[in-house]
Design a protein around this ligand. Structure first.
Ligand SMILES: *Cc1c(COP(=O)(O)O)cnc(C)c1O
Length: 217
């Protein structure tokens, strides 16, 4: 699919959900993609991108930013506390605030740096052992804890289990966000972003549908 195909599908999904045009932000997930492909998508006008790894993001985005104006960078992968400073210096958004220790580190660095990226709290809606994220039962408490630290929490993020109906997880995430007064919902990937939009996604993270399959490895 081309970028245009995706943006058309987003526009249609917004209409069928009765949501205002432009209410969904498309994050083009450029992890592991060759620079030529990323550059082609920048040339087409896309400015919002997502990366999984701080190191990889640091290796390519400073150069792209100097070449293209208005780039907005989202970090969507698990974040180690020892990479938090670099992440905060690089990114406009971090989607993977998932534990108290990271919240405390981000709060301390925000004081030091005088700024903080917008944050999403990752919720492990499927309660999977191998997946990061706060458990649904602990979400309300953790959200309050982050807000007490003055962190700019904009919403919640989830990655549904591969073998379950994604809509159930999107609905659960939306419910937790609503009862905590959070408006941002980072949910939906290449295979299910239309369902996510129907359930209120404000940020969808789409990689392979835009760029083609990631090179294995
Ligand atoms: C890789 C990745 C995506 C994009 O996945 P696609 O299936 O290629 O659209 C979205 N979110 C996260 C957290 C990812 O790691």
């Amino acid at each position: 699919m081309t970028l245009r195909d995706i943006t058309d599908k987003i526009a249609k999904a917004e209409i069928s959900a009765g949501r205002p045009a432009g209410s969904v932000s498309l994050i083009a997930v450029s992890k592991v993609q060759p620079d030529e492909r990323v550059e082609a998508v920048l040339q087409e006008g896309q400015r919002v991108f997502g990366e999984n790894k701080v190191q990889e993001a640091a290796g390519k985005w400073p150069a792209f930013r100097s070449q293209f104006e208005g780039v907005q960078l989202h970090l969507i992968g698990p974040l180690q506390t020892n990479k938090a400073r670099q992440a905060m210096e690089l990114a406009d958004y971090i989607h993977t605030l998932d534990r108290p220790k990271l919240a405390q580190t981000l709060a301390r660095l925000a004081q030091e740096l005088g700024r903080c990226p917008d944050l999403f709290i990752q919720v492990n809606t499927g309660e999977e052992d191998q997946k990061a994220g706060i458990l649904p039962a602990d979400a309300d408490g953790f959200i309050a804890e982050c807000q007490a630290l003055d962190l700019p929490v904009r919403g919640l993020m989830c990655i549904p289990p591969v073998d379950e109906e994604a809509s159930l997880h999107f609905a659960l995430l939306a419910k937790i966000a609503a009862r905590n007064g959070l408006s941002g919902l980072s949910m939906g990937m290449s295979s299910d972003f239309e369902k996510a939009i129907a359930l209120g996604a404000t940020h969808i993270r789409v990689g392979s549908a835009i760029f083609g399959d990631r090179v294995a490895g």
